[in-house]
Each structure stands twice: as C-alpha cells, then as structure tokens.
Design a protein around this ligand. Structure first.
Ligand SMILES: [Zn+2]
Length: 269
C-alpha cells in the first residue's frame, strides 16, 4: 500500500483525531510532530495573549528541541520559528523576531518563503529600516512563480504601502508579475489601459483592496450559508444565496469558489 501523504511505501498505521492513515515513516514523523505542536497551541496562544510571552516562547523552543530532528520537510521548524517571531513582535522585540525569521532556511513551499520575506520586511519596517524592507520584498517577488502568485499580492501591497509613505514608486520591472497576480485572483479592472497611467502603487493598492473586500464578502457568504443550513433541510435556499452571490461578485477567485460549491449542491439536489 502507498503512503497516503506521498508516493512512498506505507509502513505505519497512524491514528489521530479519530482518523486512521497509512503512512511511510517520514510522513508519520511529520504528522506526529505537527500533532505535538497542535496539542499545545491553545496553551501557547493563551500564554502570549496574557502577556506571558517568555513561557510561550519556551514551550515553542521545547517542541523544536525535542522534535526538530524528525522534521523532514522543514515545515515544522518553519511553523515554530514564525510563531516565535510573532510572539516576539507582539512584545516589541523586533530584532529578536527578525533573527528567528532569518534563521529559517528550508520552506515547505515557495509560498511560505514569500510569507517569510513579508514578515521580515514588516519587522524591518518596525525598526525603521525601509530600504532593507524593500530589498527583502524584492527578493520575495523575484522568487515568485505560478505557485506563489496568490501570496505575492500581499508583498506587492506592503511594497506599495512603503513607497507611498516615502513618495517613491514600485519599479516598473514588476508590472508583468503584477499582471500575473491580478490574473490569478481574477481581479477586474486592473488591466484597463488607463490604469497604467496612474502610479503603479495606486493600482496595486486598489487591487489589494478589491481582494480584501471580496474576501470579506466571501466570509459573510459562508456565515449566511451556515445559518441557512441550520434552518432548512432542503438546500434550495443555499443554492439561491450562492447564485445571488455569484451574480454580484466581481473577483474571479471567490466567484469560482462559490460556483464549485453551487455545482456540488446542485448534484445533491
Ligand atoms: Zn509518505
């Protein structure tokens, strides 16, 4: 039997959260260490919210010291170090947070690399190092390819935000990448010729705003669907709500997500 998480031979049966999975030994390690982290998540978040950040940091460090050797993808180490950086940032310990983020050298995917570059840039911004922040954003954007296009929008938005406070501009060499990002999200309007006449950073901020507003509408739709699901046994009201949403939603990514949810309900009806 093949491992359910990769293509290797399954050698273990792994049980957690009421599920049984056939896994190879590396994937079993990865699931076990992630579970060890998840099991302490509430405690860690609770401690940092109460201001006991050193206790939160020390639990995270303990997990990394005890389980780090079994992290075959780098995903666990990435998760712990980013979490430590976040806790340090909450405390205003920006330089220490930066050190944590900079010590991550393996990323589970390119998207996480971009997320990390953004987090580094934000901490540099907190330290007043705007030119360095821009350098880190550019490093992230230069590495972006098809798989990390959705994440690149947040880096563009941060870049635009910095340039607008500094009266500078996002370089034109990023325009093609930005068009790919806009195409990935299905954000309308940004391809209009007149859009090229306005400053690049304004175009970026407008697209980012559209994406965020659309995400909020999608979130609202999900809550509405949950409410309808709890009130009706028949899924007709849900289908109607989805159709109305699809009709009015300008951003392609969210509209398409709603379309596939609608298709699923129609096949059940
Ligand atoms: Zn596997």
């Amino acid at each position: 039997m093949k491992c359910e998480a990769c293509d290797k031979q399954a050698t273990h049966v792994y049980e957690a959260y009421g599920n049984r999975m056939h896994l190879c030994s590396s994937c079993k390690d990865q699931h076990e260490i992630q579970k060890a982290y998840n099991d302490r998540m509430i405690e860690i978040v609770d401690l940092s919210n109460r201001g006991d950040c050193d206790a939160a940091l020390s639990i995270l460090q303990g997990l990394l010291d005890a389980q780090g050797d079994r992290d075959h993808t780098g995903g666990f180490r990435y998760g712990i170090l980013s979490h430590q950086a976040l806790v340090l940032k909450q405390q205003g310990r920006f330089a220490e947070g930066l050190e944590k983020l900079r010590s991550i050298n393996t990323f589970p995917s390119q998207s996480e690399f971009l997320v990390n570059q953004l987090a580094i840039a934000k901490l540099l911004g907190e330290l007043g190092k705007h030119a360095d922040a821009i350098g880190e954003l550019e490093r992230g954007l230069d590495a972006a390819s098809e798989s990390s296009l959705p994440t690149a929008l947040s880096l563009f938005a941060e870049y635009a935000r910095i340039t607008r406070t500094e009266s500078s501009e996002v370089p034109a060499r990023f325009r093609d990448l930005f068009q790919d990002v806009v195409r990935w999200w299905g954000i309308p309007g940004s391809k209009a010729p007149e859009a090229c006449l306005e400053p690049f950073s304004e175009t970026i901020q407008a697209a980012d705003k559209q994406r965020r507003e659309s995400a909020a509408r999608y979130d609202h739709l999900q809550k509405n669907l949950d409410m309808l699901r709890s009130k009706h046994t028949d899924n007709k009201p849900l289908r109607e709500a989805l159709r109305a949403y699809i009709e009015n939603e300008p951003v392609g990514f969210y509209r398409d997500s709603a379309k596939s949810a609608l298709r699923e309900l129609e096949s059940e009806a």
